[in-house]
Design a protein around this ligand. Structure first.
Ligand code: ATP
Ligand code: MG
Length: 437
């Protein structure tokens, strides 16, 4: 993509309304544009990041055995009247009427709808277990939408729902999602700590929030420093290996980590004083096990092996996909801008032509651009080098290929790694090999 053709509207000024760094950088780097309070349009670079985050989430859900569906954003009110949540949900729910005066709503979550869909097909224990998820826009009329997409009113969420015959089975489903979440965040280069959490209006007893440690987070958290050094990437636990997954879950959850609401002073005092950490964090995921809280009122039941009707045990599992984009920036930036991890960068490379019009520069830049057509932004603007450096740093591409007249004449490219600031001059071929490795 040529910068002279791209819609990548960066801002020089720091927007006054933005209080936290991710919000400022998302506006300055041209990732999003607010269209009304807490509601944003995603511009090309922002959308590319959002799609990559979404895809990592999807792959890890699939790997954990969940199956993707897509439910609508608009829901009929009667589903919520059946579960008893229609009145309880309060002002956060955006209620609408259609032309026939039927009560509808913009979905803030989908427990009712998925239970209703599943109920129409599941008749026997052989239809269990199942785990269904979708990645869809939600609307919650938050009292204080703020910090950009971190706490929006319209936001993209992945929500999964598990159905099991027994409590033991549903605990296994819960642990499958627990592991999938650790893997998901790790693939994005984020350290998310699973914390014991309150179940709130969703109900149930077992619940964990996945929290990224960051000073700008809204949650106060207490955790054992052991979490700081852990690596989940190589966790070789088989998805269907019930005892191994249980052992893994118990090992991780034995380490202390809790949100303020669930903080337990007695247990905390049992943690080695030197290992106690207290700080702020951003909630990027929340999982719940709630048994028959929805299956019973919604009339979902299946015939068990003995023919007796059973209400399935359920759980629900959310990830804030659009919030993650902001959280990734909170975790990866410096005073010059964003430092995208490779896995989620909008483009992998920015090609900086330091002298547009110089035949050698133009030719080498064109050649590199042609070699990476989908993954490079070519800064072919006739601007000063300083402007190009500043914009590339602001937008945070993981690699910059800096091509000036002297190097170009010798067929050389200078590669800069945004994450570390390292720079190295090398031949075109070496650079390309590095970039496409
Ligand atoms: P919070 O405590 O932050 O309001 P929640 O407990 O209401 O979150 P859930 O209902 O569990 O959140 O939603 C699942 C995930 O969706 C959350 O972990 C969070 O990452 C994301 N999320 C929730 N509300 C918002 C919002 N207003 N804007 C962006 N993401 C959100
Ligand atoms: Mg909320």
């Amino acid at each position: 993509m040529r910068l002279t053709r791209a819609f990548l509207p960066t801002l020089k000024e720091t927007p006054a309304e933005a209080q936290i760094v991710s919000h400022r950088l998302m506006l300055r780097a041209g990732l999003i544009r607010q269209t009304s309070a807490g509601i944003y349009a995603w511009l090309p670079a922002g959308l590319r990041v959002l799609r990559k985050v979404e895809q990592i989430v999807r792959e890890e859900q699939d790997r954990a055995g969940a199956q993707e569906v897509l439910m609508p954003t608009i829901q009929p009110a009667d589903l919520w009247q059946k579960s008893g949540r229609y009145d309880d949900y309060g002002k956060e729910m955006l209620r609408i009427k259609d032309r026939h005066e039927r009560e509808m709503l913009f979905g803030p979550t989908n427990e009712e709808m998925i239970t209703d869909i599943f109920r129409s097909y599941a008749t026997s224990y052989r239809d269990l277990p199942r785990n269904l998820y979708h990645i869809q826009w939600k609307f919650r009329d938050e009292v204080r939408p703020r910090f950009g997409v971190m706490r929006g009113r319209e936001f993209l969420m992945k929500d999964a729902y598990s159905f099991d015959l027994t409590k033991e089975g549903s605990e296994h489903s819960y642990r499958q999602m627990f592991l999938a979440y650790l893997r998901t965040f790790q693939r994005m280069g984020l350290k998310a700590v699973p914390m014991r959490a309150d179940t709130g209006p969703i109900g149930g007893k077992l619940s964990h929030e996945f929290i990224i440690l960051a000073d700008t987070g809204e949650s106060t958290v207490f955790y054992d420093s052991k979490f700081e050094g852990l690596d989940w990437g190589g966790t070789e636990v088989g998805n269907d290996d019930v005892p191994a997954l249980k052992a893994f879950f118990e090992e991780v959850t034995a380490m202390y980590a809790a949100t303020e609401e669930m903080h337990d002073e007695a247990a905390w005092s049992g943690v080695d004083a030197a290992s106690r950490r207290e700080g702020k964090g951003i909630e990027v995921g929340h999982i719940f096990h709630f048994g028959t809280k929805y299956s019973e009122p919604m009339g979902l039941s299946v015939a068990g092996p003995d023919g007796v009707a059973v209400a399935p045990q359920m759980g629900s599992y959310g990830i804030g996909v659009s919030r993650l984009v902001a959280a990734l920036i909170e975790a990866n930036h410096d005073e010059n801008g964003i430092k995208w991890p490779d896995a989620v960068a909008p483009w992998k490379l920015s090609i900086l032509n330091l002298k547009v019009g110089d035949a050698a520069c133009d030719a080498l830049c064109e050649k590199l651009h042609a070699a990476m057509p989908d993954d490079a932004i070519y800064d072919d603007r006739p601007d000063r080098a300083g402007v190009k450096f500043a914009d590339a740093d602001l937008m945070g591409f993981p690699w910059q290929a800096i091509i000036g007249p002297r190097g170009a004449a010798a067929g050389k490219v200078e590669l800069k790694r945004r994450m570390t600031g390292e720079r190295e001059e090398m031949s075109f071929e070496e650079a390309l090999a590095k970039l496409t490795a």
